[in-house]
Design a protein around this ligand. Structure first.
Ligand SMILES: NC(=O)c1ccc[n+]([C@@H]2O[C@H](COP(=O)([O-])OP(=O)(O)OC[C@H]3O[C@@H](n4cnc5c(N)ncnc54)[C@H](OP(=O)(O)O)[C@@H]3O)[C@@H](O)[C@H]2O)c1
Length: 209
């Protein structure tokens, strides 16, 4: 095939094509959000939702030197989150994440991957003066934001979108350098619908783990 060279990314031998495929969307989206966020190594970055994107974000953040906090509903992903590199874990079914975060020093950035407007909106109150909420999820519901939420500082709430060969390459390179890998399962093509159903299952990560 013929392709524009600036649309291509190279996949080094250290990483499989299937692993690279996940990194090119889920990985690139979270890596790019972290790379371009306000936080600097040592600052706190929280990830809401430990799913396809979130489990990569936890690895990227901890490996890039951020104080990494995972926010998940229930405690069944705590062991996984900590194994992936999370330093703190908040069970949002038990405690309000924004209240819990107000008590932690260095509160800088939230990465919201949960596809639920109420869940994303619930983080707003935890943002400090220098906080930044990066919306990764593509939920189409309206967020609950007040005018005051935008008075907390420039760039407090922003979104991020996948795409761009250069950022994809940076994601792959970082993943190879730091041994960051997606948790994936492969199915033969004749079981594609089974794989699809499992992918849509909310407990996928628990099942994998
Ligand atoms: N911006 C972009 O360019 C881009 C690129 C790719 C994907 N996306 C979007 O990113 C979002 C996440 O994708 P994903 O593949 O990570 O999905 P996923 O594997 O389903 O993970 C989403 C996580 O969000 C949490 N969650 C789900 N429903 C929730 C609810 N009702 N309330 C609170 N938390 C909830 C769950 O985490 P816990 O079980 O840990 O609570 C779940 O594991 C999707 O909306 C997807 O379309 C955006």
């Amino acid at each position: 095939m013929i392709a524009y060279v600036d649309s291509l990314s190279s996949i080094p031998n250290e990483i499989s094509v299937m692993e690279a495929a996940s990194l090119m969307c889920a990985g690139k989206t979270t890596f790019s959000a972290i790379k371009n966020c306000k936080a600097r190594p040592g600052d706190l970055v929280a990830i809401q939702g430990i799913g396809g994107l979130g489990h990569l974000a936890v690895q990227f953040e901890s490996k890039a030197g951020f104080l990494t906090l995972a926010i998940s509903r229930g405690n069944n992903k705590e062991a996984l989150a900590r194994e992936l590199g999370a330093h703190h874990y908040i069970d949002s079914a038990e405690e309000d994440p924004s209240e819990a975060l107000q008590g932690l020093d260095g509160n800088k950035v939230y990465l919201a991957t949960a596809p639920n407007a109420k869940a994303v909106s619930s983080l707003i109150n935890g943002l400090g003066q220098d906080g930044e909420l990066i919306i990764v999820t593509t939920s189409s519901y309206s967020l609950e934001l007040s005018a005051m939420d935008f008075m907390k500082g420039p760039g407090t709430v922003k979104g991020t979108l996948t795409g761009g060969a250069e950022e994809i390459q940076a994601t792959i390179n970082f993943s190879v350098l730091t041994d960051t890998r997606p948790m994936i399962e492969s199915y033969p093509l004749d079981r594609a619908s089974e794989a699809y159903d499992k992918m849509k299952s909310p407990s996928l990560i628990s099942v994998l783990y």
